[in-house]
Design a protein around this ligand. Structure first.
Ligand SMILES: [Zn+2]
Length: 85
């Protein structure tokens, strides 16, 4: 029933939250309220996302760039937290 951290981080990083549908967004919110890892992730992605966008100008980061970013942050979170719930 609960979304996994990986799903949550993917949704946030890909920026597909708005297209994910009402139930997904609700699940995402609930997960973010309960999961400190993903709260931190969401903050970082927001900061990095803006930074990345400045670096490449006005255009959105490519899927490849986002994937890279996602992997980096996910590694940090997983190695730091020690949980993979
Ligand atoms: Zn989580």
């Amino acid at each position: 029933m609960m979304m996994k951290c990986k799903e949550v981080s993917h949704l946030i990083a890909s920026g597909d939250v708005d297209d994910a549908g009402f139930m997904k967004r609700l699940e995402l919110r609930v997960h973010l309220m309960m999961c400190r890892h993903c709260q931190g992730y969401a903050k970082q992605i927001k900061a990095l996302g803006e930074g990345a966008r400045r670096m490449v100008g006005a255009k959105e980061p490519t899927a490849e760039e986002l994937q890279h970013l996602e992997n980096e942050i996910c590694d940090k979170i997983c190695n730091h937290g020690g949980t993979t719930h």
